[in-house]
Design a binder for this molecule. Structure first.
Ligand SMILES: Cc1cc2nc3c(=O)[nH]c(=O)nc-3n(C[C@H](O)[C@H](O)[C@H](O)COP(=O)(O)O)c2cc1C
Length: 173
């Protein structure tokens, strides 16, 4: 019995030791706060899993360059007719104009929207394209959250984030 216990403990310590901690900056694009709440929930779960996560709702282009070890997670809603929320537009503009070089960086995307609109989750997809063109490479699949079917977007974001940080672990290993 003791042997089993110590074996299990050894395995757990080894697991914790080899699992690298990631630093994640969550870049929020929001109009009414839904994406911000989703970002907060994702950050909570990431921290619980031993990672560092910071939610940035007023991201400047320079914030993306402040630490090259940071993994970037976009969490962005869509407004207007497929448009990018004003608070994240400077980041999109810098990426779109190829002012930022994010070669070697990793990122993820949570795109919020509503399928009732013709351009579903379009802002998140525009940012995905801009990140890709800047040289960064995506980890995992894009999470799209449809307001028509998901009445707890923050919950969906947290569940997705749990698997996403797992994918990060594999990437960093
Ligand atoms: C004025 C307005 C325009 C919107 N336009 C779109 C759109 O073009 N495409 C889309 O997928 N969702 C659209 N949506 C839905 C929002 O993206 C969705 O409700 C999202 O959860 C809102 O997140 P936020 O509170 O963080 O801004 C729109 C919502 C509003 C209020």
């Amino acid at each position: 019995m003791f042997f089993n216990f110590f074996n299990a403990l050894k395995k757990w310590i080894k697991f914790c030791w080899v699992l690298p901690m990631a630093k994640i900056q969550i870049i929020v694009g929001t109009v009414e706060g839904t994406a911000w709440k989703a970002a907060q929930s994702a950050a909570v779960i990431m921290e619980k899993l031993g990672h560092q996560a910071e939610v940035n709702e007023e991201t400047t282009p320079q914030d993306l360059l402040r630490d090259t070890n940071e993994i970037l997670l976009v969490c962005c809603s869509t407004t207007g007719n497929g448009e990018i929320p004003r608070n994240i537009y400077p980041v999109y503009s810098a990426l779109d104009n190829e002012v930022l070089n994010l070669s070697g960086r990793r990122y993820g995307v949570i795109a919020l929207g509503d399928r009732g609109y013709p351009r579903f989750a379009h802002a998140g997809l525009l940012l995905e394209d801009a990140f890709y063109r800047s040289g960064a490479r995506r980890i995992g699949d894009i999470l799209t959250i449809d307001a028509q079917v998901e009445d707890r977007p923050h919950f969906a974001a947290a569940i997705w984030a749990k698997d996403w940080v797992n994918d990060i672990g594999h990437e960093l290993h």
